[in-house]
Design a protein around this ligand. Structure first.
Ligand code: SAJ
Length: 441
């Protein structure tokens, strides 16, 4: 199938890179967003998201005339839906007294509705938004069929989610293997033809529901594995073991790869996607549910660790290092670090937080300071929450020169192996018990 013109609905973290990459490959692209500020920003050659290389790509796509930005869709050979699928903030589901989060699919359904008047025989529509299983078949196919055209017979319909890592989106979009699920084999083939325009990784065809499930399985697998690492950190603490040492020893087994514990799981993917399984099949997902609970409660475990290090937190001054959901990104969405700050404050502490990738971050109820010096200057304790390289470089001498704090709480194992005690510090690590008396360190 040949694609001269495509329409991409949703110009966020995925839609904008996708639209610009198609444009860079010579396709006429209409990028659509309902947020008029985004439309205006892009038309002025600016971008609204931070991703290495994206600005140059978008600029080139717009100035070559291959990418046009509009607020509503128009006729095209193919339509790609890349809009957000968040949770409902105020509504949860209930299964045997346990509450679970519910996906808000309104952006997907309204994007589908917006396409209906422009849908023509022979078109392809691809849903890219992460969605509960069966969304393509049960939720959006019936919307498109309001056009009078039959999905799979008159137009092609497929599901294909991205798998890119924030910070490396442009490279991974092209190089990663991609799964295309069609509601018919012909729909999968049409999707294959579309992404072949720029994907260099393998493109694998399957059915739509399998493709939806694959995306959720990938991120759920990671969530469950981080949950077990977090649970190991609690067990190690309980038994008087250093979890970081224990994990590195266990990982010498040829078939074991345990991930790293930390202050919790954040971002808009891994902490979200497992709920799409729980919501659609609560009776079948006790492990996935429990893993979400473990990871969501990890910030409370960090609070507990800080309280053990400092006693009552009432009126204590604490410097928190790192607010992003993971190292080397400026993304604070669903960040466990932000939650830790709130918990410390609820326990009476006075917190100054420093986020090196977003020093001017404004977060309700949080005092984010612009420099490391500001955070440290009057602190009694330093709590390290994100393993930025910048923080890893801090030495006992450096901290002493900037701060009266002598209590350090390291939740990411970045400062291990330094002579903190010799420098007069009390050094506490997540997953390392005070009870540990012997060993190499
Ligand atoms: N984390 C740990 N321990 C670890 C690894 C991660 O606590 O050993 C934490 C991180 O600090 C962070 C969270 O987990 O808070 C998630 O980080 P991540 O790097 O695992 O994942 P994301 O959310 O940045 O990106 C993921 C990727 N999925 C997988 O690795 C399976 C990416 O490929 C997906 O495209 C993306 O989710 C998505 O959009 O779904």
């Amino acid at each position: 199938m040949k694609f001269n013109k495509i329409c991409v609905l949703g110009l966020g973290y995925i839609g904008l890179p996708t639209a610009s990459t198609f444009a860079a490959n010579g396709v006429q692209v209409v990028g659509v967003d309902i947020d008029l500020r985004i439309v205006e920003t892009l038309r002025h050659g600016e971008i609204h998201i931070h991703e290495p290389g994206l600005r140059t790509l978008v600029e080139a796509a717009v100035s070559s005339g291959h990418l046009r930005v509009e607020s509503s869709p128009e006729e095209a050979d193919a339509f790609i839906i890349a809009v957000p699928t968040p949770f409902y903030q105020d509504t949860t589901g209930d299964y045997n007294g346990e509450s679970y989060k519910i996906a808000d699919m309104r952006a997907v359904t309204s994007a589908a509705e917006a396409i209906v008047p422009h849908l023509r025989k022979g078109n392809l529509v691809v849903l890219e938004s992460t969605s509960p299983p069966r969304t393509t078949v049960d939720l959006i196919a019936p919307i498109f069929e309001k056009s009078g055209l039959k999905a799979g017979a008159d137009f092609f319909l497929a599901y294909s989610s991205e798998r890119v890592l924030p910070g490396q989106i442009l490279r991974e979009l092209i190089d990663n293997a991609r799964v295309i699920g069609g509601i018919t084999p012909e729909s999968a083939q049409a999707g294959y033809d579309l992404y072949s325009i720029f994907v260099r990784g393998e493109i694998v065809k399957t059915d739509a529901t399998t493709a939806e499930m694959v995306k959720l399985m990938e991120n759920t697998y990671r969530d469950v594995n981080i949950a077990i690492a977090n649970e190991f950190s609690r067990l190690a603490d309980h038994f008087g073991v250093d979890v970081w040492e224990a994990i590195s020893l266990a990982n010498r087994h040829p078939r074991v790869t345990i991930l790293s514990p930390g202050p919790g799981v954040g971002g808009h993917c891994i902490s979200v996607d497992p709920w799409f399984f729980v919501e659609t099949a609560p009776a079948l997902t006790p492990l996935i549910y429990a893993s979400r609970q473990v990871n969501d409660s990890q910030p409370h475990y960090v609070l507990d660790l800080v309280q053990r290090a400092m006693g009552s937190l009432k009126g204590k001054k604490i410097a928190v290092l790192g607010l992003a959901y993971k190292p080397d990104v400026d993304d604070l969405r669903e960040s466990p670090a932000v939650e830790v700050v709130h918990l410390l404050q609820d326990a009476g502490a006075m917190v100054k937080a420093f986020e090196p990738y977003k020093p001017s971050a404004r977060l309700p109820g949080i005092q984010a300071v612009p420099t490391l010096e500001d955070a440290l200057s009057d602190a009694e304790a330093v709590v390290l929450l994100v393993s930025f390289i910048f923080f890893g470089a801090l030495t006992p001498e450096k901290i002493k020169s900037l701060s009266p704090a002598r209590i350090l709480v390291d939740t990411v194992n970045v400062w291990a192996g330094r002579d903190w005690a010799g420098g007069g510090f009390q050094y506490h690590r997540l997953g390392v018990s005070e009870k540990r008396v012997s060993g190499p360190r």
